[in-house]
Structures are given as C-alpha cells and as structure tokens.
Write a protein that binds this ligand. Structure first.
Ligand SMILES: NC(=O)c1ccc[n+]([C@@H]2O[C@H](COP(=O)([O-])OP(=O)(O)OC[C@H]3O[C@@H](n4cnc5c(N)ncnc54)[C@H](OP(=O)(O)O)[C@@H]3O)[C@@H](O)[C@H]2O)c1
Length: 485
C-alpha cells in the first residue's frame, strides 16, 4: 500500500515499488529530518509524528503536481546526440511561443554534453529562450520520477532504446500522469511497452513510441490514406500498399548503426518477436494468412502500373507491424478500423531491376553497407550523422495505394525531407500536441501508435509545417529518374 495525494494506491506499480527501497526511504528521511544522518534516521524515524511522515511520503514518493501545474510542457531526454541536435534545430526554427506558452527542458545522463549540443545549435539558430538542463539517470527511479513530475510530456530520443531502461521511464509516466513520446525504430522495444496499454488507457496517459521518420510517417500516411478513401467509400479497406521512393544521398547516423547492431546482437532473444507479422497486435485470422507473411515484403518484381521495380525495404519489417497495430487500436478504441481483413505491405521502388537487387543485397549484408558508407565518407560515429548542408537536398516520397472491399481505389502521396529531419518534425509536433493542445486529440490514453495518438490533428500539424499530403491524380506516377547522390 502506497500513500499518494490521491489516496492509497494498491497494489503499487513495479516502478513505485522500485523507488520505495529501504535505502531510498532512509536517505530521504535523513535529508528531510536529520541533516543527512542516515544512522540517526534509521534508529529514530519511528519517533516522527504521523503528519510529518505523511507529508514526507507525499513529497518524496507521491504523485506530485497535476499535469497542468508542472513547469515544463515537455522535457527532451537524450538530446546530446545527433537526433537531439535536429530536434533542437527544429524547435528553434519552428516552434512559436517559446518561453510564454511553451516551456521545455533538456535532460540526460551527461549535462555537459547536453550543454555543448545546445550551444552548437544556438550558434546556428540564436534564440533568447534557453532551456534548463537536468541531470537524469534512467537507472535511478527517483531521478526518473523527478523528471516526470516536472513536465506533461517526455520526448525520449536516447537510444539504442533496447539497451536503456526506458521501459521504467514509461512505467513512471503511466504511474505519474505524464505522456510519453519516443523515436524508437525497434519492434522489440515497442513490444516491451505493450503490457502498459490497459493501465495507460485507464490512467488516461498517452504512450506514443515510434513518432519518427521510420515508423511514424508511413503510419500517419496510412491513416491519412484510409481517411481519404473512407470519404468516398465507407466500406472496409481490404488492401493497402506503400512504395517508398527517395533520394540516394542519405545515410544512417552513428546511433542508428549502433541500434541495428544492438538488435542483431539480441536476435537470439528477440527472433520470435521480430518474425511475428503481428508482434504489435492486430492479428487477423489468427495471424496465419499467407498474405501477411514477411515473404511478401522481400519480392523483387516489375510493377507495370508504376513502370518500376519493387524491392525489399528494411523498415517494412517494422512499419507493417505498426500499421497493423493502428488498425487494431482503431477497432479497439473507436470501433472503426481501416479494415477487419486489411492486408498491408511495403516496398522500395526502383527504376531498374539492377538497382533493386543492389539495395536488397546491401540491406541483408551490414558489412557491405558499412564498406560502402566508409567509401562515401558517411560511416558515422555515435553522436554524428549527415550534415545540415548534405541533408538539405534529400527527399522522400511515399506512395500509398488502397482499395475497399467493393473495389473503390485511391492513390495518395506524402513528400518529406531527410528521414532524420522528419524524425525531429514528427516527435516535436507530437510532443506539442500532447503538452499544449491535448484536448484536440481523439483518445486519452493507451500505448498508441503516432497515427492513433495524433489522428487528424497530427496530420494537420505536419501538413502546416512542411510534410506534403495529397491525393495523386489518375495517371500520375513517380519520376524514377529523379535521384540525388
Ligand atoms: N525511427 C527513426 O526514424 C529514427 C530516427 C532517428 C533516430 N532514431 C533512433 O534514435 C536513437 C538515437 O539516435 P542518434 O542518432 O541520435 O544516436 P546518438 O547520436 O548516438 O545519441 C544517442 C543519445 O542517447 C543517449 N543515451 C544512449 N544510451 C543511454 C542510456 N543508457 N541512458 C541515457 N542516455 C543514453 C546518449 O547520451 P550520452 O550523450 O550521455 O551518451 C545520446 O544523447 C537511436 O536508437 C536511433 O535508432 C530513430
């Protein structure tokens, strides 16, 4: 039984239990009542009056202030890295009302690195607003609680996620009424969070992993496509396919390479999750339909409609899971899914068979990819990635084709910038919706996908800030000769 300002909580969550160790309680009592003397605290704490003890537990371990009274709209955790620099860049370039309506802070395990990253971004994008910097170690439950109680939303960009205790951060968010956004692209990490869905729904806390370029944008694109198709035909959607076509000059950051290595290293333990097309939920016909098999994502074949070649896309093995979860969540929360028999697939789109086969072989051979990146001078270390100048001419097009049960079809297109810029874009816009405009959102709680958490308000926010959404007129196809090295 734990005492909080909202009464007794029974049973306490694992997170609250992890804070309430004897050591934490004695250290807290010593700080508060015995000038730091832990021996004296241990020997004489039972002499304290009950009212003082109750106040101590409220302050030290209780629920803290309500969401709307917390000083920061959002805290960005792990902003000292490469994605952190882009998130800061995005905020200083685009977010209005800093210091008036919008207050944020940076948190991480290395305040010096956070300060250096902040200064580097402020030199390029000067601002009179300077976020506070908090030292927060994710392996310390009291640190996590301290951070969560100071904000309405945590935006977590510290990865590889599966190597951090960020699931404890999520549990603290669920326990202490704070929304959560992250940019992870790791099925096993998102899978680890699913167990919080029911309690997050019940506590009206939104947990939104995968709010990023990979994962988030196709998820939002599928949501937009389904909405547009349902405007002309309300029937169930049976098929949706996404083609990704983009410039070829992009490159993974050092953090992304470390994340891929972490996933490969853990493959023995996570293989069954990775192989499951419905690892994040939404299974149709028990998950055994041949059309949902991952084999369908590896095909290399000519598509006469697009006059191009389809090839396997590494992130399809992640994004298909996410979009299937969105389909399930919409049925679960709104009783209105995309389609109760939806088949969702993704591929890359290439101008030639040779190009498709070339990328397919480097996708499955990380050594070969590393060699190519080294030759191009793009094998980045931790904390590094493509420069702002080199990202400027990168672009990505997403083509969605969807069809209803009675054959009504639609083709839509999203056009974005470099995937890392879009990651900053989606994460910050999602964080702003949660922490400033939460009343606009369609659902109040759960472990949600970006599309379901953000809904149309997220589509509108991304549209207003540069991600292009549109319906493709009949006969218009991508220009497959358009590539940038
Ligand atoms: N889905 C997508 O589209 C997408 C896009 C971009 C990034 N990402 C993911 O985001 C993550 C970050 O990428 P990045 O390129 O920014 O990497 P990075 O430059 O290496 O930065 C990693 C950040 O995480 C922090 N961190 C790492 N382990 C930590 C731990 N155990 N406790 C606390 N902080 C920790 C680091 O803090 P220190 O400075 O203290 O080391 C640093 O701030 C990666 O997992 C990447 O895959 C996903």
């Amino acid at each position: 039984m734990v005492l909080t300002p909202h009464g007794f909580v029974d049973p306490p969550t694992q997170f609250v239990q992890s804070m309430l160790t004897k050591e934490n309680v004695i250290n807290g009592l010593a700080r508060k009542f015995y000038d730091g003397d832990t021996k004296k605290a241990e020997a004489t704490w039972s002499d304290l009056v009950e009212e003082d003890l109750m106040r101590f537990f409220y302050e030290e371990f209780g629920q803290g202030p309500p969401r709307e009274e917390r000083p920061y709209n959002f805290i960005i955790y792990g902003a000292s890295g490469y994605t952190g620099s882009l998130v800061l860049e995005y905020i200083f370039k685009n977010v209005q009302d800093l210091g008036t309506k919008v207050h944020f802070a940076l948190a991480g395990r290395s305040p010096n690195k956070l300060e250096a990253r902040l200064q580097e971004v402020l030199e390029r994008y000067p601002s009179s607003y300077k976020p506070d910097i908090l030292r927060i170690d994710l392996s310390t439950p009291l640190d996590i609680r301290k951070m969560v109680l100071q904000c309405r939303t945590v935006i977590n960009i510290a990865g590889p996620f599966m190597l951090t205790p960020a699931d404890m951060l999520v549990e603290a968010c669920v326990s202490f009424n704070c929304d959560y956004v992250d940019v992870n692209g790791e099925v096993p990490f998102t899978h680890k969070l699913l167990k919080y869905h029911d309690v997050a729904k019940c506590n009206e806390v939104i947990i939104c992993p995968n709010a990023a370029g990979a994962g988030g944008i196709p998820d939002i694109g599928a949501y937009y496509t389904a909405n547009e198709l349902k405007k002309i035909d309300k029937q169930q959607i049976t098929k949706m396919h996404m083609y990704l076509h983009g410039s070829t000059g992009g490159a993974p950051s050092g953090g992304t390479l470390a994340t891929r290595a972490a996933m490969s290293g853990a493959m023995k333990d996570v293989a069954s999750i990775m192989k499951n097309p419905f690892a994040l939920g939404g299974s149709i016909c028990g998950g055994d339909r041949p059309e949902d098999s991952d084999k369908n994502l590896t095909t290399i074949e000519y598509d006469p409609e697009y006059q191009g070649w389809s090839g396997p896309f590494t992130y399809a093995f992640f994004e298909t899971r996410l979009i299937r979860r969105s389909n399930w969540l919409l049925a679960n929360l709104d009783n209105e899914c995309y389609g109760d028999k939806l088949v969702y697939t993704e591929h890359l789109l290439f101008p030639s068979e040779q190009a498709a086969r070339g990328v397919a072989s480097s996708n499955t051979n990380s050594k070969k990819e590393e060699e190519t990146l080294r030759e191009q001078g793009k094998l980045f270390k931790l904390g590094e990635g493509l420069s702002e100048k080199n990202r400027a001419d990168q672009w990505t097009e997403y083509y969605f084709d969807a069809e209803t049960v009675d054959g009504t079809k639609i083709k839509t297109k999203l056009v974005g910038k470099d995937g890392y810029d879009e990651t900053a874009h989606v994460a910050v816009e999602m964080g702003l919706l949660l922490s400033v405009y939460r009343d606009r959102l369609p659902f109040k709680g759960g472990v949600l996908t970006p599309a379901v958490a953000g809904g149309m308000p997220l589509v509108e926010a991304l549209k207003a800030t540069g991600l292009e959404f549109g319906i493709v007129p009949e006969g218009e196809y991508p220009d497959l000769t358009r590539t940038v090295q």
